[in-house]
Design a protein around this ligand. Structure first.
Ligand code: ZN
Length: 328
């Protein structure tokens, strides 16, 4: 793990140096291939202090403009049908989580450049108006509590605004739990969350409404897919609960969109073959991951791996990593 971190930092440093020396063109030289990209939130400030998943509206527009001028951006359907152009990079865009900020900032830009995209929604709305990872990032940042007691353990706040117990972060702990067990955190941080809701931070947690999701589903440029019901880590929780998360999310979204939902993106990108098979059984035909668990898994025609965008590097560095297909 440490070596991977060092290798990543060295690669990013070397790329930054290349661009500084004016040699960046070499890194942006056209390489061919195809990638499905994963975006999360879009904000107006390029703020990464609350979480590591947001890029700014301005950056996003620059990136989309660059893509349309230099590469072939296609729908996920065309991507699955391998309608690729030769001698260029073929890209399909996906957005995970279903943030209101996607509707406010990303969609107008995508429409302006006529770029197709898929939105993977966590339709938790009945239980909550936010996703637990965003809630946890924000309360961890703002809370004055040095220590909390959760799931039988004491979690101490560190200098990186994370709560940890025996070197396990609270977020990683939550990734092993079903939603009902995560929910007590909302009581623990009730005061903080009430204060956060009064701050101009709505872009960092607010989700799209059912009407907005439906509107997107009916736009010929876009598709709606599922991202699990509560953003639980499906690989880690009980198998039957994981199956219920997948099936319920499909039913809820089909009721919202009044059309069949056949795309599924695993929360956190973590999956098992059993869950992939279950997705297929209940009618998902496009199943999106991040990394394949094994090389063998890449032979499955319903699954695709995806390249997650990184908000901590410059746009040119991002593009050079994309062309290489790796941050290393
Ligand atoms: Zn997600």
């Amino acid at each position: 793990m440490l070596w991977i971190k060092i290798k990543y930092r060295l690669t990013i440093l070397y790329k930054a140096l290349f661009f500084k020396l004016g040699l960046g063109k070499l890194l942006l030289k056209n390489r061919y291939g195809e990638h499905i990209l994963v975006f999360h939130g879009i904000d107006q400030k390029e703020e990464t202090k609350y979480n590591s998943r947001f890029i700014s509206e301005k950056y996003f527009e620059n990136l989309i403009r660059y893509f349309t001028e230099n590469y072939n951006v296609i729908s996920l359907d065309d991507f699955y049908q391998k309608k690729f152009k030769k001698e260029t990079l073929n890209i399909a865009l996906t957005f995970d989580d279903g943030y209101l900020n996607n509707y406010k900032y990303a969609i107008p830009i995508l429409k302006k450049y006529n770029i197709p995209a898929c939105f993977y929604i966590t339709p938790i709305h009945e239980k909550s108006d936010n996703l637990w990872p965003d809630f946890l990032d924000l309360v961890s940042f703002y809370s004055q509590k040095n220590k909390i007691f959760f799931e039988g353990e004491n979690y101490m706040k560190n200098s990186r605004n994370e709560y940890t117990s025996n070197n396990v972060s609270l977020k990683n702990k939550c990734k092993t739990l079903p939603y009902d067990k995560i929910f007590p955190l909302y009581q623990i941080f009730e005061k903080e969350w009430n204060e956060i809701q009064l701050k101009p931070l709505v872009d960092y947690w607010s989700l799209m409404t059912s009407d907005q999701i439906k509107e997107i589903a009916y736009d010929p440029l876009f598709t709606i897919g599922s991202h699990g019901l509560t953003h639980s880590n499906l690989q880690q929780i009980d198998l039957n609960e994981a199956k219920l998360e997948i099936a319920k999310s499909k039913t809820v979204l089909e009721n919202v969109c009044k059309q069949s939902i056949d795309e599924f993106a695993f929360p956190f990108g973590t999956y098992t073959n059993e869950l992939v098979n279950y997705c297929k059984e209940i009618g998902f035909s496009k199943i999106l991951l991040v990394d394949y668990n094994t090389q063998d898994d890449s032979k499955d025609i319903t699954t695709r791996n995806r390249f997650v965008m990184n908000p901590y590097i410059s746009m040119k560095q991002q593009i050079s990593c994309l062309l290489k297909g790796s941050y290393f």
